[in-house]
Every structure is written in structure tokens, then in C-alpha cells.
Ligand binder design. Sequence first.
Ligand SMILES: *Cc1c(COP(=O)(O)O)cnc(C)c1O
Length: 420
Amino acid sequence: MHSFEYRQGELYCEQVPVSRIAKELGTPCYVYSYATLVRHFRAYDSAFKNIPHVIAFAMKANSNLAILRLMAKEGSGVDIVSGGELFRALKAGVPPSKIVFAGVGKAPQEIRDALKADILMFNVESPSELYAIDEVAAEVGKKACVALRINPDIDPKTHPYISTGLKKSKFGIAADRAVEEFTLASSLSHIEVVGVHAHIGSQLTEVAPFIEALKKVVQLVETLKGKGINVQYLNIGGGLGITYSDEKPPLPQDLSNAILPLVQDLKLTLVMEPGRVIVGNAGILVTKALYLKEGETKSFVIVDAAMNDLIRPSLYGAYHEIRPLNEEAGHRAKHSVDIVGPVCESGDFLAKDRLLAAVKPGELLAVMSAGAYGFVMASNYNSRPRVPEALIKGGEIHVIRTRETYDDLIKGETIPAFLT
Ligand SMILES: *Cc1c(COP(=O)(O)O)cnc(C)c1O
């Protein structure tokens, strides 16, 4: 469910015609629906209302300050993966007591900053990281709360780049080494073991892999208990998929129904790190058709958005529905086209071999489901300024990030004196 619908022949975001937003901000631009964000967060949160839980929104999916503030106001925490994300989260007013820090390569400075901020816990991914955290914690004079991330060796049946729970992946600690690493962790003087963490991948469209992973994790929790290591938190990660085209992913309530029977008696607090499922369908990328090009074997619609604005199609072969803002235009005869951007790479496309109603130059298109892993992955490749973002609330347009200027592009660059 999202709030991008046709009304009187025009695509709206909540009460605002998207064409009006495009006129105010120019194209390309990202547009998010406040109502959709709130609805998605609340659906997740209320699905788990019968068990103590912390939702730590995976902010790598969308880290705009306004979105983070919105989440914090709804009671969400965040899952961070860098010192930069910690900085953003604190700026946005996310309570440190709801921040979890994940990622395989935390640098000492990032660990230090997180300890000083008193975050809830670190999700630790290797023994060497444990030693590093212990050392920094000793130096800072604090005890670091940690959960160990277990790699349950489960195939989440998603794209290889977003599968993280297989043995061959760089993430987590192998399940059969887990007890050993927990024992190590609890022996370190500046570490307090508080949880177990597992996140097996992203865009999961079935409940089964979650359950398979959880069963292994629950078994581990029991084993640890037998060894006198009592964890309080069970972090099941994020990963719930969304509908990009015709996927039918489970709802948060389905996930909850499947999970609760396995964990209810453990007297643990659940931690969850949903990202995509909260923001994915709450955002679109608006772009303008510039040119049509009839190749000998292919036709192209050249638009003003490119892989630097939305890299998912190029990076993962991801599908994003593309809709004209004008509903009528969607009824024209359909042709198979590639929708491509201005970047000088053959890999620069938003859609390939897509059956799309004829588009005319100057017309506006919405790239749907672009709220997660969209703007956050944008780059300045080809010296293209990053595009603005707007948050729509009812009939209001709030610019939550302005378009970068050419001066922004060269910020921090200098020409050394010997070249002058
Ligand atoms: C990316 C990531 C998430 C969020 O994944 P989604 O598919 O966006 O829900 C959660 N936890 C960890 C550790 C991650 O790396």
C-alpha cells in the first residue's frame, strides 16, 4: 500500500499532483510520502506489539535527516553501518539507546564515537572486531554491549549481492563457531554480551528463510544459556521484501505470526532492522523524457535521470515500474524500449526491454518503489549534481534536500600550487 495513485488522470502523491512537485523542484527529483512512511512503520511495529521489541530502521536504505526524524518520532531506533550514519542519526534526534551498529569493518574511530554516544549495542561480525571493540572500550573507560552476528548458512533466495547469510558471505560468524566466539566475547573485560544477531539478506519474499535462520539462532540461545551466557536481545535483522513488480512478499504480520511462536517463551527483547519494507514503496524518482532514439534493433527513451541517481537497475538488474505522470499517456500503444540516462556507460539504464506506452519528449515519468537504496546510493559520476528530495504530507510539499550546485561538485578539491 502506498500513496501514489492516479486521480483525475494525474499521478498524485497524497494530495499533491506529482507534476506540481516536479515543477517546483525540477527533474530528476525524489518524492516521498509521509503517510506511507508512517503507515509502513506502524504496520511493522504493531505486528510485534505482543512481544518486547526495538525497531531499528536500517538507515542505509534512506538516511535523509527528515526521514530519520520522522522515524524517531514514531518511536523507531536505527541500525547504522558507519560513523557517518551515527552522526546523521544523532543529528536527527534518534535516541542513542535505540541505535545498533552493524557492519563488518568498523574503524576504531567509529567504535569510539559510538561508545561515547552510548548506543544500545554493536553487532559484531568477527573475533578480531571483538578485540578491537574491547580495546577501544578500555581506552574510553566503558563496557561495550555487543550482539554477535551469526551466519546461519541459509539461502534467502534473493539476489547474490544482497544475500548475506550464506557460508561464503563476508558477513557474520559461522554458526558452528558461534559458541566459541561467545565464550571469547564474555571473557573480555570491556565487553558485555547482550545479544545474538542474524540478518540473512534483503528483499526476501518468503517467510521460510527467516524461520530456518531463526530456528538455528534459537538453538544457539539455548546452548549459550546452558553455558551461563544469557542474552537479552535477539536481533532478527531486516530483509522483508517489497512489491517491485509482481512479488507477493509476506506482510510484517505474517512474519510476526511465524516468528512469535518460536521466541515467545525465551523472554527476550526482539530487535528488528527493517529498511526497504519501510521506505521502498514510500518513494519515487521523477524524471523527464528528453529524447527518443530508434536504433536498428532497439528503441531508447533517453531520460534526465541516470544510474548515478538510481543505481539499482545497473547494479542488481533490479526492476522498477515506470509510469507516466499523465494517466492517459499510459493507454497509448506499447513498445519495447530501454529507458536510459545521459551517463556515458552502456550500463546506464533504468529499465531494459520494457513494454512501455509511447512516451513523448518532455513528458514526465515516475520510477516507482525508489524510496529505499535510491538516493543514498546516488553519486556525482559524470559530475552530475545529486538531485533534490521532497517529503509530501497531505497537501504540503517539504523540500528535505535541495539540488546540489556545480560549486558543491568541487567542494574540497584544490589545485596544488605547483600547477598554478
Ligand atoms: C541492509 C541491512 C538491513 C536492512 O535490510 P532491508 O532489506 O532493507 O530490510 C538490516 N540489517 C543489516 C545488518 C543490514 O545490513
